[in-house]
Design a protein around this ligand. Structure first.
Ligand SMILES: [Zn+2]
Length: 218
């Protein structure tokens, strides 16, 4: 029986055959000239939403950060360990990416944890609450004291990340100069749908079908 580690090593063998044996020029070029991706992706660490698999990207195409709940913190240069901000800085200032995509997904465990914390459930984790709290504003209760649905929170967390992205001065500079844009995408794992999340409205659009999607309460 093949264990999980052996399975990964076999996967690397297949990768090696596909790229180093069948198309060595591309890998040699990447190794010699360095990366120059056009797109930065901020995705969730969730094992079900590997962007390279979902989007069929090739080596060198996507500069990626994956963290719990695909969140972007606000700009805050201090002595904290800002892994996501450092990646955004490198992508924008050094690599000069032209597009930034925040990629969220349904049934997100990070958003579930945030929802539980906002519902008053005790938190037994050391790092997650402080991190997911980036999206705390998404949890504003309605007039009846009801916390938004899981899906509403996932979508609003993407909007918050996009707004936070615009607190980085060198991001804003490039957006205003027309050399960088940012967008939010959300994958519905139930029906395999890729949707565009509007930053300023609740509109949700099926990117492949080109149609507007009604909210589905998960
Ligand atoms: Zn997630």
């Amino acid at each position: 029986m093949v264990g999980p580690i052996e399975r990964l090593i076999a996967g690397f063998r297949a990768f090696h055959a596909r790229y180093y044996e069948q198309r060595p020029e591309r890998m040699q070029e990447l190794a010699a000239r360095g990366q120059s991706p056009d797109v930065m992706l901020i995705a969730c660490s969730d094992a079900r939403v590997d962007p390279a698999l979902l989007l069929g990207s090739e080596p060198g195409e996507l500069f990626m950060v994956r963290n719990i709940a695909n969140l972007i913190p606000p700009y805050g240069p201090d002595h904290g360990l800002h892994g996501t901000s450092a990646s955004i800085e490198y992508a924008v200032r050094d690599l000069g990416v032209r597009h930034i995509i925040v990629l969220g997904h349904s049934a997100c465990g990070g958003i579930e944890a945030l929802r539980a914390a906002m519902s008053g459930k005790p938190d037994a984790r050391e790092f997650m609450a402080a991190w997911t709290n980036i999206a705390a504003d998404a949890c504003t209760c309605d007039v009846d004291g009801v916390i938004p649905s899981q899906q509403q929170l996932e979508l609003e967390a993407i909007r918050i990340s996009l707004r936070n992205l615009e607190t980085f001065p060198w991001v804003v500079e490039r957006i205003e100069a027309g050399v960088l844009d940012a967008r939010g995408w959300w994958v519905d794992l139930d029906d395999g749908r890729l949707c565009e999340v509007s930053k300023d409205s609740e509109t949700l659009r099926d990117i492949v079908a080109g149609t507007e999607v009604r909210h589905v309460a998960h």
